[in-house]
Structure formats: C-alpha cells, structure tokens
Design a protein around this ligand. Sequence first.
Ligand code: FES
Length: 237
Amino acid sequence: MDKVTLTIDNIKVEVPKDYTILEAAKTVGIDIPTLCYLKDVNEVGACRVCLVEIEGARALQASCVHPVAEGMVVRTNSKKVRDARKSNVELILSNHNRECLTCDRNNKCELQSLAEQLGIREIPFEGKKIEAAIDDKSYSIVRDPSKCILCGRCVSTCRNVQKIGILDFVNRGFDTQVAPAFDKSMADSPCIYCGQCIVACPVAALREKDDIERVWDAIDNKDVHVVVQTAPAVRAA
Ligand code: FES
C-alpha cells in the first residue's frame, strides 16, 4: 500500500495514504481526544473535539476525518488547539443537562472525562436549553434528550452495525434530537432492544431502565408476570 510521510508534533510518521491524522497520530502514541468518533462506525466529524493545526491550512481541522498527506506538518497540542477544543466542549455542555451527581453515567461519562481533562470548571455560555420530554415508555431503554450531544454514535450503530435503523436525527436546528422517526417513543418503534445504542452513547442520553423502573411500569400496566420476574432482583439490591 502507498505510504506518505508527515510530521506530527515534530515526530516523523510514515503511514498508509488512506489514514486519517487521528490514526497516524495513534501509531506514534499521540493521543488526540475524541467524542463523536467511533472507528469504522461513526466517522462524521461532528463534535470538533479532535481539532488539530495543520501548517498552511486556514482553519483547524477535525483529525478524525482529515486524511494525511505527504509532507504535512501537524500540531496536536498548541495553545490554539487546546483553546478551541475547550470552547467546543463548553458549547456542548451549555446545552447539556449537567446534573452529573445523580446521573447514571457519573464517572463513566466521556463528556465528563473530557471536561475534566480540559480543565473546565464553569460554562461561559449560558443560554437556552433544549426542551424535550424523556422517553421512558419502553421496558428496556430510556432516552433523555436533555443529555444528548447529537454525536450520532447511536444512529450509526443502530443503522450500520445492527441494521435496524430506528434512530435518526429529527427536527432541525436548535430543536434537533435523536429519536425514532416521526418522534415516536422507543416503545412505539420497531426497536428490538438490543441495547447497542446504549453502549455507543458517550453520555447518558440512552440508558438501560433499572429494575425499580421496570417494576413500576409493570404495576402501571398490570403486567404481573414482569413484576414476579423482577421483584427478586429488586429485593437483592
Ligand atoms: Fe473528530 Fe468528533 S471526534 S469531530
């Protein structure tokens, strides 16, 4: 395979010419932060967390989708790059439900880790937040739009890996959400509840319903079978 040689943070790197800058950096142990990127599943350059500086380019570029080129000179950790990444994460957080202490994913959240890594202590961009109801009608999956960062990882996983395709972007602009078509609930969609969207989600916009919630659902629906099945686990907890 044809190879190209480029320089990343003063290190000469030789990689196949179809590599992205992110992949090339990895080969020499340079870690560029990412958020929306899922290798071979979601490579869309949506979050702009992986920005890098390329000598001669007019703007910073998303390394997860930018191809390498012969003689390219890349900086992954300049002040300009760090400031831009920080601002982008602050903007994402400005429209994110930040009740981290009570969140299911506290300490296991990629956005939270990134904010810590970038030294974010407060959000300078306070403004309107998306208003959309939590979808907790199904027995298995809870969808919380107030935590969704629109990275598309669940959409690509549902469509390209699981070949189901029930999740997609709905509405436009500030009202954009990830939901089943026509903004239906997960319960009213052909979702098979494989749970892979939950695994792909970097935050807690999609999460597994816990046993207590399932018991309440079963009681509400007078589904005695589910109550009997679930009750021992609740007692054990
Ligand atoms: Fe590259 Fe999101 S990780 S743009």
